[in-house]
Design a binder for this molecule. Sequence first.
Ligand code: AMP
Length: 496
Amino acid sequence: MTFDELKLSEPLLRAVKAEGYTTPTPIQQRAIPPALTGQDVLGCAQTGTGKTAAFALPILHRLSAGRSPPPAQGRPIRVLVLTPTRELASQIADSFQAYGRFTGLSWAVIFGGVGQHAQEQTLRRGVDVLIATPGRLLDLMGQGLVSYKALEVFVLDEADRMLDMGFIHDVKRIISALPPKRQTLFFSATMPPEIQSLAQGILKSPVRVEVTPESTTAETVEQKMFFVEREQKRHLLVHLLGDASIRRALVFTRTKHGANRVAKHLASSRISAEAIHGNKSQNARERALGAFKDGSCRVLVATDIAARGIDIEGITHVINFDLPNIPESYVHRIGRTGRAGAVGTALSFCDGEERAYLRDIERTIRRQVPVMADHPFRSGQSAPVPSEPGEARPRPSNEGRRHNSGGQRSQGESQGEGRHRRRRGGRPGGQGASARSSEGHRGSGGRSSEGSSRGPGGRSSEGHRGSGGRAAAAPATAPAASRPTPPPVRTAPKWL
Ligand code: AMP
């Protein structure tokens, strides 16, 4: 199928061509036709599948079709896109900019963490498409700055993340303010029961489109597991980063403190690294992302929530410094590499306390992750002298445990951790913060000083596609003899 066959308007086809897209992805092939006719869509798809264009293109088509151009001033909001994080909101705005640049339509993004004034101005001027995170949108709604009288389409993006991040009540409040007569496009990577019932409540006879079945891992991502004691993880990381084929690595830690420590350790080992998490200012996050994108920083260390929505081309490796305690997060994390058909590698560190997480992950992805037995920091080995410049000899320490103890909990690091606790009971002394994630724009003591707006912005020079790259083989894979034959893997369809 081609984009022409989707019967999109000429300005959209021109824009898609300019983006270098030749074939619609499966979610685009299946979601665009019903969305173009005004039907509701329930899309089960993660980022990386092309879902943004799957909703943005039909929206832009419908908005621009058969209407006289709206006034430049005082345009009513015709589309609301609700998304959980600032990064996602910015990326969606970039996508509208890319696909809608020949349409004469306008869009704006509002999210927290920045001043509100510019966003107020934008709303007063009016936009066709408003892309927002829930906390700031509610603030602005409360101030009477948002009118949904002309709303035609509502997009709920990453609904399951909204739930994980504790935004579901905010989302419901926003939905209750929308006119019931509208088109709703609903996207979620997974469909836990609360999300299913939300979808049932707001969608009318939706067309269900599922492109990546829940809990699948991209076929194009090679996965490897390293068993290592907690205090040796940072040395293993430096050791692995000695491999120059790891050109652009996204390293995941469970906590903000952990992200800072790892970035600091890498820097002391002369490896360019930045940490990104919710305690960082918007400016600092953007700087770090910019440096990672332009290659001046080789390693980005992130928490799950901070990394959510990061769409950076050519991440060759995802490294799970800490295993996620929610198995689905593993799927999301490793999906940051091997995107858009490129190959990538996911390396995961598992310490003694994380074995249960590994079991959950393997059950969820329905495969066993090959274990790399041949590395100098494997569990039970005495610590070797590291060879990296500036690297101190590793000493057994309690550092890793310390930052996971209740006393130094990282508040709001991830609401997903709360979800995990329901499932598995949490790690000993785990992060018990029940407050909303600060990454998700709201503090426990009320609203944070969210705010700042962007009008239609320029697209990142990264474009959208990269070749990615496969890592040179790291240490050899352990013999699989001791493991039972894994059941068949549910694979994500390849669309490139
Ligand atoms: P998304 O799932 O919306 O985050 O998109 C993932 C990536 O795929 C983005 O970098 C898009 O620019 C890219 N993309 C979306 N649609 C297509 C397409 N039809 N062909 C090639 N790349 C695409």
